[in-house]
Design a protein around this ligand. Structure first.
Ligand SMILES: [Zn+2]
Length: 326
């Protein structure tokens, strides 16, 4: 999970491989805003950890085989991210590793129930500690792959990069060949954060979304870009993928992903014209009509609510408008 900060962004990254159809993603230009008030590494860390308090009943993580040699690890701890792992005779690739060493060890124990081959690659979908602070437990000698933006973020970095591990940073798109499989890792532009990666397993028709998608849940927003986030989800939906491992909560299929995308679009479609008409945030929030998504989990203390998402998006719109006024 993460949250609603708004920060400067004057770039975009596209997938260069045309089959992803991501070249249509548009650039947006939010600016620094709320981070001074809310920033800080500890804030991020506690955001991730404390979400345990507002959801989920303690239990056991579940491991599901979602396709040949591909497994989803659904964390029972809502403050610790899900993982996805691909098992081959040539090595294992793991996407995201949990909020701390303990969670990473739990994940590794589940992997070891299936295979004893080394974990050769870890992909971190973004920098939030609940997705990468288990790296050193899961794969102390694995190569750690992320976007360059994620690699550069300090939050959780000390846990994410053990001295024994190589790290690989990419911009745009990376194809990894492991055993008989190809793994497509790409950065669809700013969305949940400015450096998200999603991991597509074409042979398995499956995709690990990181926090670009949470099943039946209102997302927290970092300093990404909500409109591009919607475009990124459209691009994901254009792929031949049927099964999605979200950043948190249960494994999903296309209808849940489509519904999450539609929720973000509903926010956009209600906030944008009211912003253009000059309405203040409180009025916009009061006028939101999102009953269709009333079953979504919300996390008020982190502004991961419908009103919080509206505020975050409004901040992005305000930041985008300022350069044109100068
Ligand atoms: Zn996150």
């Amino acid at each position: 999970m993460s949250l609603l900060l708004s920060a400067g962004l004057r770039r975009r990254q596209f997938i260069t491989k045309p089959r992803f159809s991501l070249a249509a993603l548009r650039p947006f230009v939010p600016e620094p805003a709320l981070n001074a008030a809310r920033g800080g590494l500890f804030f991020w860390f506690f955001l991730c950890v404390l979400s345990v308090l507002c959801g989920g009943i303690p239990g056991f993580a579940s491991v599901q085989k979602i396709a040949p040699d591909l497994y989803a690890y659904v964390s029972e701890n809502d403050g610790s991210a899900n993982a996805t792992f691909l098992v081959t005779a040539q090595g294992i690739l793991v996407v995201d590793t949990g909020v701390n060493r303990q969670e990473g060890e739990k994940l590794l124990a589940e992997i070891r129930r299936i295979s004893a081959v080394p974990v050769r690659y870890i992909v971190n979908t973004h920098y939030h500690p609940d997705h990468r602070a288990g790296n050193s437990a899961v794969g102390p000698e694995a190569a750690i792959i992320s976007t360059a933006f994620t690699r550069d973020q300090r939050a959780g970095q000390s846990e994410a990069y053990p001295a024994t591990a190589d790290s690989l940073a990419f911009a745009g798109h990376l194809t990894l060949y492991l055993g008989p499989y190809e793994v497509e890792i790409f950065h669809p532009g700013p969305a949940h954060t400015r450096g998200d990666a999603v991991v597509y397993f074409p042979r398995q028709h499956a995709l690990a979304t990181g926090d670009l998608f949470l099943t039946n849940s209102c997302p927290a927003m970092d300093d990404g870009d909500m409109e591009n986030w919607i475009s990124a989800l459209d691009s994901i939906l254009a792929l031949d993928a049927q099964t999605f491992v979200p950043g948190h909560f249960e494994v999903a299929q296309r209808p849940q992903l489509q519904r999450f995308r539609n929720y973000l679009a509903a926010i956009r479609d209600q906030v944008k014209p009211r912003f253009a008409a000059g309405l203040p945030l409180r009025r916009i929030q009061a006028e939101l009509e999102l009953k269709a998504y009333g079953d979504f989990r919300q996390f008020p203390q982190y502004e991961a609510t419908f009103a919080g998402n509206a505020a975050s998006y409004l901040q992005q719109l305000s930041a985008r408008k300022k350069p044109a006024e100068k």
